[in-house]
Design a protein around this ligand. Structure first.
Ligand code: NCD
Length: 322
């Protein structure tokens, strides 16, 4: 099935990239194939081409970010775009301007792409309804983080050669994780088997309706897994305490060598970052270059964002010179 989906000419039918939900396997494959292309270009001395020359990309981040914002910026610059990073802390948002007023103000400057991260689920979609440019979701609340799921998928596909049929264990704070949600949609659509593992307080109810298996015990959940995806404990999103103590959390749900031994001997470790060492993951496994693909995920982040920007702006009209 998956081999037949490798059609480079399939069209991407969406104006924006707000989430993985609703994307077909063909559309996901298109983005993954383009990401592979840019990953190779980024490793070689060959210039990636200027698919975004004359385009303007605005990064509008209402939440902190290291990897996502930097890699969107680098991706846009590498493809020849002009990039503006809006520093929310220095903008009128601090003076009480609403999200929608900000959107209308930026829209009046005619950018081609707006990349937005916001702490509220659904805020990026709302913004996309008010502007004329392409909108890319850089993470909205606990809802979706589509480019993270795509970069995880490229990393897995490059190491394992496929997604279909793999067993992927997503471990930890699933409740507050937009990374988990986007990954579940993507992996399910691409034919992987998905498990989620975490304490009952950090795994939402009725997860089975997303086609995933739920475990509350790491040894059982990790058994024969091909991919072990660790999630950060998102203390900033928790209302009240969801874990008795960090020490106890690490003891039962932190990934260390012993718990990892339940997975396949060649299981790959992923983490979207930022990592809390000694909380959800032990340094010994995080830094094991034979097993951990964490740095490769960061590398693929640039390639995936290049692919998304290119595919989304391909058919946009261009201003004529003169
Ligand atoms: C994630 C995020 O912001 O959702 N980080 C990222 O984009 N690399 C995960 C997290 O914050 O834990």
């Amino acid at each position: 099935m998956v081999a037949a989906l490798k059609n480079p000419n399939v069209d991407f039918r969406h104006r924006n990239l707000l989430g993985i939900e609703g994307l077909s396997a063909e559309e996901i494959s298109l983005l993954l194939d383009r990401s592979d292309h840019y990953a190779e270009r980024n490793r070689s001395a060959r210039a990636p081409g200027k698919a975004l020359s004359g385009r303007t990309v605005i990064n509008l981040f209402f939440e902190t970010s290291t990897r996502t914002r930097t890699s969107f910026q680098l991706a846009a610059l590498r493809l020849g775009a002009d990039v503006v990073n809006m520093a929310v802390e220095h903008s009128s948002i601090k003076k009480g301007e609403t999200l929608l007023d900000t959107a209308l103000t930026l829209n009046a400057m005619h950018p081609d792409v707006l990349v937005c991260r916001h702490p509220e689920s659904g805020a990026v979609k709302l913004l996309s309804q008010k502007v004329e440019c392409v909108v890319v979701n850089g993470g909205d609340g606990a809802h979706e983080h589509p480019t993270q799921a795509l970069l995880d998928a490229v990393t897995i596909r490059r190491r394992k050669g496929r997604l279909q049929g793999l067993t992927v264990a997503i471990c930890g704070d699933v409740m507050h994780s937009r990374v988990a949600r986007s990954n579940i949609y993507l992996l399910h659509t691409m034919g992987a088997r998905v498990r989620v593992i975490g304490p009952p307080t950090l795994v939402p109810g009725a997860m089975e309706r997303f086609g995933v298996e739920v475990f509350h015990d790491m040894a059982l959940g990790l058994r024969d897994a091909d991919i072990v995806m660790m999630l950060r404990l998102q203390l900033e999103r928790m209302q009240g305490s969801c874990v008795p103590s960090i020490r106890e959390y690490f003891r039962f749900f932190g990934l260390d060598r012993q718990k990892l031994s339940n997975a396949k001997p060649d299981a790959l470790i992923l983490h979207p970052g930022p990592m809390n060492r000694g909380v959800e993951i032990d340094s010994e496994v995080a830094d094991d270059i034979g097993r951990s693909a964490i740095q490769e995920q960061v590398e693929m982040g640039v390639a995936v964002r290049m692919a998304c920007l290119e595919v989304l702006t391909r058919n946009l009209p261009r201003l004529e010179d003169g």
